[in-house]
Design a protein around this ligand. Structure first.
Ligand code: CAA
Length: 386
């Protein structure tokens, strides 16, 4: 029995800034951001748009009544949770209308959380082939205005429905995992922004890829030729490229160039969005599937997941015949095109607006799903026109 991704979708908030504008505002050469970091635009969100509202926007269009009746597990991977105790997956479960006899929880390990969720979902479906699992990666990546990490921010969610006999990607059983207790990026309880040792994080990311790549080739008796493409966690688009080139430096030039061409197809959306944290790897997968004309059914796609702290995992899946009919390039391009470009002044204003959870208040937001009210520290969400 195959198990894997049957449906997949992403959502980003309806605002962005141009990286050239940001570079000018920060007194930096724009080429540093567009070439050195590899970002053209960056998604920006309002305070009334949180991980639950992004998750709703990403998941709702995917799910039929039959899916809602079959889902018995809702997993949210996030590192920008809204509660230290209650899982956002419980709120999502209700808002989506999933049948009640389900397990709902949140997973945290930096940008790796959704991969843990996907692997947990795979094991669950192997044991219960008739059920379905909803895995959502939802995050707001923020480092602070004028901080070193600022050009690598972003926001949004990716939703995946995991089932038996999936129609997009059948997951293989070839995972190689790696755990290393390293402080490259972390966010102590109560801190609004992460602490980050940016250059160390780059180094650990690259070394982690090298280690799991070599171990995977050894354990699974594979080489670059066995992969049609490799998707990477994409904190900024130059990062995956650096790891790919460093990790495959001893491989034939033609193989490096082939995988680099696929990598470029996997970063089309990330260049315009920035870091989705837990969702970035899966945004890359969507971008690859929707923008590559070189792929075909049964091709093996490698997936490199990295969460600072640090946990890394390399695994793969096979494209299922007809996969291209189950993704929606048109919708995703429209979502990006219809966003509003903000000036840096407006972005800074939005950035500084924060919900005070201790103050009862009603909010206005045009987004279909948003935070409508805070009452006695509880977030109440609205559906537009409700
Ligand atoms: N023209 C072209 N390129 C230029 C340039 C110019 N004028 N000026 C600089 N550059 C290049 C540099 O050469 C460098 O490229 P290489 O890395 O290929 O050498 C690149 O632009 C970045 O320059 P710096 O290293 O000097 O930039 P920085 O000190 O401002 O730091 C950063 C960059 C480390 C990514 C920082 O933005 C940061 O800390 N980001 C957050 C942490 C992060 O994303 N880490 C990634 C790995 S951790 C992870 O993946 C988990 C996660 O999601 C956070």
């Amino acid at each position: 029995m195959n198990v894997g991704i049957d449906k997949i979708n992403f959502f980003v908030p309806p605002y962005y800034i141009d990286m050239v504008d940001l570079a000018h505002a920060r007194g930096v050469d724009p080429n540093k951001f567009t070439i050195g970091i590899g970002q053209d635009q960056m998604a920006v969100s309002k305070m009334t748009q949180d991980i639950v509202t992004f998750a709703m926007h990403a998941a709702k269009p995917l799910l039929t009544a039959a899916d809602l009746a079959a889902i018995d597990m809702v997993i949210v991977g996030t590192e920008s949770g809204i509660d230290e105790s209650k899982a956002s997956a419980v709120v999502l479960h209700r808002l989506l209308g999933v049948q009640p006899f389900a397990r709902s929880f949140e997973i945290k390990e930096a940008c790796y959380g959704a991969t843990a969720g996907l692997q947990f979902a795979k094991s669950h479906i192997q044991a219960h082939p008739d059920s379905k699992v909803l895995v959502v990666a939802s995050d707001i990546a923020r480092y602070g205005l004028a901080s070193g990490g600022e050009p690598t921010q972003g926001a949004g969610a990716v939703a995946m429905l995991v089932t038996a006999e999936p129609r997009i990607l059948a997951l293989d059983n070839d995972n190689v995992m790696l755990t290393q207790d390293i402080y490259d990026f972390w966010r102590p309880v109560g801190h609004p922004y992460p602490m980050v040792d940016g250059h160390l994080s780059n180094e650990v990311y690259i070394n982690s890829f090298k280690q799991v790549w070599q171990e995977s080739c050894r354990r699974n008796d594979r080489s670059t030729e066995d992969y049609a493409a490799i998707c990477f966690h994409i904190p900024y688009t130059k990062m995956g490229k650096k790891a790919l080139l460093a990790g495959l430096a001893s491989e034939e030039q033609a193989q490096q160039e082939r995988l680099l061409a696929r990598y470029e197809e996997s970063i089309v959306y990330s260049r315009r969005i920035g870091n989705l944290y837990t969702g970035s790897l899966y945004l890359g997968l969507i971008s690859l599937i929707e923008n590559s004309v070189a792929l075909k059914a049964n091709d093996r796609i490698g997936l490199f997941s990295y969460g600072s702290g640090a946990v890394a995992e390399l695994f793969s899946g096979h494209l299922v015949a007809g996969y291209e009919q189950h993704v929606s390039k048109e919708n995703h391009e429209r979502l990006l095109e219809e966003r509003e470009k903000l000036s840096i002044t407006d972005y800074e204003k939005l950035f500084n607006e924060k919900i005070d959870i201790d103050e009862d208040k009603v909010f206005q937001d045009d987004l279909i799903y948003s935070v409508q009210e805070i009452k006695q520290t509880i977030r109440y969400y609205k559906e537009k026109n409700q």
